[in-house]
Ligand binder design. Structure first.
Ligand code: LIP
Length: 275
């Protein structure tokens, strides 16, 4: 281990680094985006799973900024190779969560940076590039939102009491793979008549931050990668939201999230609908 990196780092210090880099990266994305539609550089899991050169350049910026401060940390990013560290800290990063929105110019895409210590997320920051809003959380330290511009007033986030499952506004998303999407649509056909409505914003990180601030009441999605989930799930959890997966913590197979007052009923409904 070099002498430059503290062994694990206090969550608050890791958050400050995540926030600084996320704000810098979000500004890079904002100024880099050309007018109109952004060119797709390549596709990944399917022809609809797009990546742009700006996704790649943003992840490079984030990797370099974090390595400059903490050269012995690991890194798991959507667009690059995993880096195994020696400090016990690794960073889980989606440089642009909501890439399709970014390509089309729909104002819901964010930079998501989370820090893990020995595999547990302890700090997370999501910056909505289109609005400049910054969401943050530290494990056991609460969640908050900072209005644009960066450094503006910060508001603690506590998820509001939901009306009921039947009146819950549910955020969701779908896989890039057609065969999985078809099964998800079939399950959603069962769920939709039993809740207020759904919203498919196109960014899991912003969906989870939206749960924390009451822009929706519940969430369900399958197929999320660690970088889609890491920072936003900490913001939601620290705002009082309960998150569960298929048989334990949320993972790629299933993410369900809701306020404690409705989570048991909602989770049972989601499973009964076939998710
Ligand atoms: C996106 C997720 C979203 C999901 C999309 C996509 P990306 O991540 O944030 O919730 O529904 O299919 O996976 O690909 O924009 O980083």
């Amino acid at each position: 281990m070099s002498t430059n990196t503290p062994p694990a780092g206090r969550p608050e210090a890791l958050y400050r680094l995540a926030e600084r880099v996320a704000i810098e990266a979000a500004e890079f994305v904002r100024v880099s985006r050309p007018p109109g539609r952004v060119e797709v550089a390549a596709t990944k899991s399917s022809p609809t799973d797009a990546v742009t050169e700006i996704d790649r350049a943003t992840e490079d910026l984030i990797r370099a900024a974090i390595a400059a401060e903490r050269p012995d940390d690991g890194f798991v990013g959507e667009e690059g190779e995993d880096l195994i560290g020696t400090s016990g800290v690794d960073w889980v990063v989606d440089p642009i969560d909501g890439t399709v929105n970014f390509v089309y110019g729909i104002g819901a895409y964010g930079v998501s940076i989370a820090a893990r210590v020995d595999g547990a997320v302890v700090a997370g920051c999501v910056v909505n590039v289109a609005t400049g809003e910054t969401y943050g959380a530290v494990l056991g330290g609460g969640a908050w939102k900072t209005q644009a511009p960066a450094g503006g007033p910060t508001t603690p986030l506590t998820a509001p009491t939901p009306p009921s499952v039947a009146l819950a506004l549910v955020a969701t998303g779908f896989s890039y793979r057609p065969e999985i999407r078809a099964a998800q649509a079939a399950a959603m056909t069962q769920l939709l008549p039993q809740v207020r409505d759904i919203r498919r914003i196109g960014s899991a990180a912003l969906d989870l931050c939206g749960l924390a601030e009451g822009r929706c009441d519940a969430y369900v999605e399958q197929g999320l990668k660690p970088w889609d989930l890491a920072a936003g799930s900490l913001v939601a959890a620290e705002a009082g939201i309960v998150l569960e997966g298929l048989d334990g913590p949320p993972d790629e197979r299933l993410v369900m999230a809701a306020h404690p007052l409705i989570c048991r009923e909602y989770f049972a409904l989601v499973r009964a609908c076939g998710f």
